[in-house]
Design a protein. Structure first.
Length: 72
């Protein structure tokens, strides 16, 4: 494998892991909100709150990764 190809694969892997991190954070927040809505019978208030927390957590992961200053 050429050096440039290896670098490209590493970059793709890094950005794919960031995307996966955002998606997982959003789904975890959403599912916790849905579970709490069912438990406390507050449809859909807690679902939206959980979704908001999931989105915030996902984007904080991106910001944290950006501050790390990954060099390619």
């Amino acid at each position: 494998m050429k050096k440039e190809t290896g670098k490209t694969v590493r970059e793709l892997g890094y950005f794919a892991s960031l995307g996966l991190s955002v998606a997982i954070s959003i789904f975890i927040g959403l599912f916790i909100g849905i579970w709490l809505d069912k438990k406390f019978d507050t449809d859909p208030v807690l679902m939206f709150i959980g979704l908001a927390f999931g989105i915030a957590a996902g984007f904080s992961n991106i910001i944290r990764a950006g501050k790390k200053g990954r060099k390619f």
